[in-house]
Design a protein around this ligand. Structure first.
Ligand SMILES: Nc1nc2c(ncn2[C@@H]2O[C@H](COP(=O)(O)OP(=O)(O)OP(=O)(O)O)[C@@H](O)[C@H]2O)c(=O)[nH]1
Ligand SMILES: [Mg+2]
Ligand SMILES: [Zn+2]
Length: 301
């Protein structure tokens, strides 16, 4: 039976690229998946059969290396968090939330900040520029790579291509930050649909509606995904939020108590580092916020 990769999922169909080549085959999934509560994801390696009418059936999902729940993508090894520096502006809370999800899923993360061309060059752009630089050095100090880009000017696009070669990457971020625009800039001739953000609410219009794998000319594959801004730790099954903050994970060996939650325990190395300015206050504040959110969810079940 042929094997292939799911390139796109849409309205109950899975578009499978045969390893042997040719056009993607439109497949249904076998009923057994539903009964088992499984569902094939874009990026899944599958075994399928061709049926008479040129369509096919997905018979088996091969073991996954990674699995991201939101956006739903299998086998990616690199998550590219796409955030715009303005329109909408950087949202550190959301960055940290996405990072928790990604660390939990075991993917490497790359932070890509877009729309640098929209920062006014005069003094009225100073605040945005300062915020951007401060955030950049914060995340770089934790060990995350940050790339500044403009899809409009092509800034950073070549570096991004170099970084993405050899990877299966997934673009993740709010609606309207410029994920599809960046992919269009990476792939000459590609015309993924993009849309102005709503000036009234300052957010995107959810232009991309499905997950789709796009091969890059310089090597690598990227999954374009619909924008989102909600992540529920309960739903994602993330209990150990502290270990998903890289710098806290490292510091926690210095906490007096094993399993320290870094909230109320004495002799906590994480709290001490925050107090001494060695770990970022914003990261700690978000951590506490996520813990509260998570506890409230847990109480409700
Ligand atoms: N000035 C400027 N505008 C950009 C840039 N990148 C994207 N945009 C604009 O931002 C808007 C949203 O871009 P999209 O690429 O549709 O955003 P998206 O992240 O794919 O949004 P969803 O598909 O809804 O998740 C469009 O009007 C783009 O033209 C950029 O680098 N500079
Ligand atoms: Mg899009
Ligand atoms: Zn601690």
């Amino acid at each position: 039976m042929p094997e292939g990769t799911i390139r796109k999922a849409l309205s109950g169909y899975y578009y499978v690229l045969d390893d042997g080549g040719g056009e993607a085959v439109q497949c249904r999934a076998r009923g057994i998946f539903k009964k088992r509560g499984e569902s094939p994801l874009v990026g899944d390696r599958v075994v399928f059969v061709r049926t008479e009418n040129g369509e096919g059936t997905v018979n088996e999902i091969l073991p996954r290396h990674t699995e991201l729940i939101r956006p739903p993508v299998a086998n990616a090894d690199l998550a590219v968090l796409v955030f715009s520096v303005t329109h909408p502006e950087l949202n550190l809370l959301l960055i940290d939330k996405f990072l928790v999800h990604i660390e939990h899923a075991g993917l490497d993360a790359l932070l890509v900040w877009t729309k640098t061309d929209r920062i006014p060059s005069g003094p009225e752009g100073d605040e945005t520029r300062d915020n951007m630089e401060r955030a950049r050095s914060l995340y770089a100090s934790i060990g995350y790579e940050v790339l500044l880009t403009s899809a409009r000017l092509g800034q950073g696009v070549a570096q991004l291509q170099t970084r993405l070669a050899e990877h299966i990457a997934v673009f993740a971020g709010q609606s309207g930050v410029g994920k599809s625009s960046l992919l269009n800039a990476l792939v000459p001739g590609l015309t993924l649909q993009t849309n102005e953000i709503s000036e009234k609410i300052g957010r995107g219009k959810h232009t991309t509606r499905h997950v789709e794998l796009v091969p890059l000319p310089g090597g690598g594959i990227v999954a374009d995904t619909p924008g989102f801004s909600q992540l529920d730790f309960g739903e994602l099954g993330i209990a150990d939020i502290g270990s998903c903050f890289r710098e806290f994970r490292e510091l926690s060996s210095g906490c007096k108590f094993r399993g320290c939650t870094h909230i109320h325990e004495p002799h906590c190395a994480v709290r001490q580092a925050v107090e001494q300015g060695e770990a970022a206050q914003s990261r700690y504040d978000h951590y506490k916020e996520f813990m509260i959110e998570w506890k409230e969810k847990a109480r409700r079940y």
